[in-house]
Design a protein around this ligand. Sequence first.
Ligand code: ARG
Length: 472
Amino acid sequence: MKMWAGRFRQPLDRTFERWQRSFHFDRRLLTYELAVSSAHARALKNAAILTAEELISILQGLQRIGELAATSAGFLDDGEAEDVHHFVEKQLVALIGESGYKLHSGRSRNEQIATDLRLYVRDAIDQLRIELAELCNAVVERAGEASSAATGDAAMPAYTHLQRAEPVLVGHWLMAYVEMFLRDADRLADCRKRLNVCPLGSGAVAGATLPLDRVAMARDLDFDAPSANSIDATCDRDFAIEFVNTLSLVMLHLSRWAEEMILFSSQEFGFVRLPEAYSTGSSAMPQKKNPDLLELVRGKAGRVIGDATALTITLKGLPLAYNKDLQETQEALFDATDTALAILPLVTGWMNGVEFDHQRMKEAADSGFMNAWAAATYLVKRGIPSRLAHEQIGKAVKLCAEQHCELQDLALDELRSLNALFDQDFYDCLSLAAVLAVHDVPGGTAPAQVRQAISAARKKIDTLIEETHAHA
Ligand code: ARG
């Protein structure tokens, strides 16, 4: 039976009827719909709409639907259900008889879908934060390896404008990504806080018509509180927009990571050796090893950003409160979640498998005047105004360019012709180790600072893992 056919004289156009259904995608909300329906049933009993026996029979029926969905193949292939709410009602009536229709007393699908979606996003956030913690762990591990006693302090060039700028530790470079992913995990937690209020009892738009205990329903479903305004609660999808926008940031970070790894794995850079388990060959060119995982990550970032845009545009211009347009938010939400959830463990696997060519990275870090700023700092520390120091080292670089050499190859006399303060100890501050060490501020690339950053990040990851366990 349709959920709303009473006032209609004509049947629906068959094509339209099939087309407007959402069950083929919202069936994945079934577990949440069952939990939401159980909470509502308990509230109905407390409001004396259901007898104790009716409540038990409804709760058992709902549980049975969950079991059948999990165990009986094809149970969800319902050619008639309009949406997940209709499906549950149909199945419940089939299982326990007409009293199943009592479950819908005093509620509307508008509040149900709003609640189901909040539960879905809440779970997705908890899973994604676990995956982000795993990824951070893998990257920190690689950063730690690159700054250990065994490897020494592996160095590489850092780029600005994609031109060699200054040497940094490989560990420092990797930790930049950990910062992004930790921020993402934080954003998700923040989104979780705001979404965790319960729309149940909001009715269709104006609030329930029965005296339902909203606080009890919220508690039942682990929400912090009931939502404050029934009009807002039934049509708010901010939580989905916030969530998918956060995912688009996650994907944006992964896309920058992927792009950089692609670049660094090219023969021209040769810093990164692609893990074979995540690369493919070419059907035409036998020598090729292609960074497919990285390319797909970069590509799928566009897709998730598209999902975020689709959600935003769907809501833009919608009058309050519920409008069927809102049904359109679901597929974009699911797609973004599925995409991010599938990608994160793959990226973690890639990070565990990648090899860095530390030798090549070091060679690249050791030449090309990347010690020029440190050289200018030598003069600044001896009282020369930085603009002048900059200019004098600039002139030294020009000399080197003419002589095809590096700053450390210039004779002291040549240097003194630029500034009399140059002394023998100038050469000490030009070595790679000295240049790295001079960036000795929190957040800088001096080895001690990087080790500190790594251990600070490890603590943050531990906290993140504890939090995700608390929600599990
Ligand atoms: N399938 C609908 C959706 O996802 C459920 C809510 C329907 N409400 C209504 N008044 N037609 O938005």
